[in-house]
Design a protein around this ligand. Structure first.
Ligand code: AMP
Length: 392
């Protein structure tokens, strides 16, 4: 069965097509700068990458070109071969604790939840509409970033503000990156050969979050109402004293939108280093003894350590800590910096084993109290699995 996983952003459309249940990737790629000058797309097929520049005024046009390419590459004979399209949707609120087949009601709920994810949910709907128009016979499935975290208990998802703000205005912790946390926690259970596990997953990429997962269910996660909570990220501040926001507005005279921009786009690694949001640039700066980069990296690692320690206690111990996403999979320095600070818990790194990038690996020493792994994430595959299970 052929299943297409798509991730629609406001001006982009990433895709990956699978043969299921074999989980074989048939073709993948991304459309970029949709609706903007200089639009283009990249296709990866059989180990080769082709880039084409073409005007794209909307997502429907991108979908239409994608279908032509799928037929051109003989990935499908006709569009009827595509049985399902899995759409990444960021915010599913309390409505969805799992992926669902999309109908009018689902679209209206995604729409309603756009207030909580104004940059992401509307883009998801655009992707769904384009898919419905171009491949009308395929089943559309919504895979929510928040769904995996719906198993959190009240004491973990509530903020200590008057209850009506949760009951009437839905202000609570939802968490994001759920598809990745779910994928990695399932993979680590396969590796450990059992499901009764206590696992801490560090998804650290440009956006970053940590989750505590017990017996395959999320117990706690570091992102909150929005993705700007918890860890320090590329350009996001993560956890801060909430009153900084009103201080900036009332005392410094900034507008709310300016504060939001500072905290989301000018903070994090970029804000502290003054150099870059990209951890590769921070690592280069550290090699050149740039004091701001050294400080940014220290703060970055410290925050991850804080969350691991917190979740270690909440889980009452831990079988495995997993690193995933761009930095987790590739930054030897960050993994070392984090694990070296956990020595008090008996967690120890093996320097040789940690010398790995982008590959699944055990990186803790044999006498470490907790096993530490690098597990490359695969959100698109997780989406295709969910869609396959719903339509098979
Ligand atoms: P993601 O959002 O998961 O794509 O991750 C992006 C982040 O991964 C960026 O901060 C990159 O700098 C980081 N990254 C990718 N490759 C490396 C590498 N070889 N070493 C350090 N960081 C890396």
């Amino acid at each position: 069965m052929k299943i297409l996983s798509v991730n629609a952003g406001s001006s982009s459309l990433k895709f990956q097509m699978y043969e299921m249940p074999e989980e074989k990737v048939l073709i993948s790629g991304v459309f970029e700068r949709i609706g903007i000058n200089g639009s283009m797309y990249t296709i990866k097929y059989n180990g080769e990458k082709v880039v084409k520049e073409v005007p794209l005024s909307n997502h429907k046009e991108a979908f239409s070109i994608l279908m032509d390419e799928l037929i051109g590459y003989n990935v499908v004979e006709s569009l009827n071969d595509i049985k399902a399209v899995a759409h990444r949707i960021v915010q599913g609120g309390t409505y969805y604790s799992d992926s669902v087949i999309i109908d009018e009601d689902v679209i209206s709920k995604i729409n309603e939840l756009s207030v909580l994810a104004p940059l992401h949910n509307p883009a998801g709907i655009i992707g769904i509409k384009a898919s419905e128009e171009i491949i009308p016979d395929a089943v559309n499935v919504a895979v929510f970033d928040t769904a995996f975290h719906q198993t959190m208990e009240e004491e973990d998802y509530l903020y200590a503000i008057p209850r009506k703000y949760e009951s009437e205005y839905k202000i609570r912790r939802y968490g994001m990156h759920g598809t990745s946390h779910k994928y990695v926690s399932e993979r680590i259970n396969e590796i450990l050969g059992r499901n009764d596990t206590k696992v801490i997953v560090c998804h650290i990429g440009n956006g970053a979050s940590v989750s505590a997962i017990k017996n395959g269910k999320c117990v706690n996660t570091s992102m909150g109402l929005t993705p700007n909570a918890g860890l320090i990220m590329g350009t996001r501040c993560g956890d801060i004293d909430a009153t900084i926001v009103t201080y900036m507005i009332e005392t410094l005279g900034l507008r709310a939108s300016e504060v939001e921009n500072i905290l989301n786009k000018e903070s994090g690694l970029l804000g502290i280093s003054g150099v870059s949001s990209d951890s590769r640039d921070i690592e280069d700066g550290i090699k050149n003894n740039d004091q701001n980069c050294i400080l940014a990296q220290k703060m970055y690692e410290r925050r991850i350590v804080d969350y691991i320690a917190k979740y270690y206690v909440e889980l009452e111990g831990c079988d495995a800590i997993c690193f995933t996403a761009g930095i987790g999979e590739n930054s030897i320095m960050t993994r070392k910096g984090v694990i070296d600070k956990l020595g008090v818990l008996g967690i120890k790194l093996d320097i040789e084993r940690n010398n790995v990038r982008g590959k699944e690996a055990l990186i803790s020493s044999d006498d470490s109290s907790v096993r530490v792994y690098v597990i490359p994430t695969d959100e698109e595959l997780m989406m295709a699995r969910d869609a396959y299970n719903l339509v098979k």
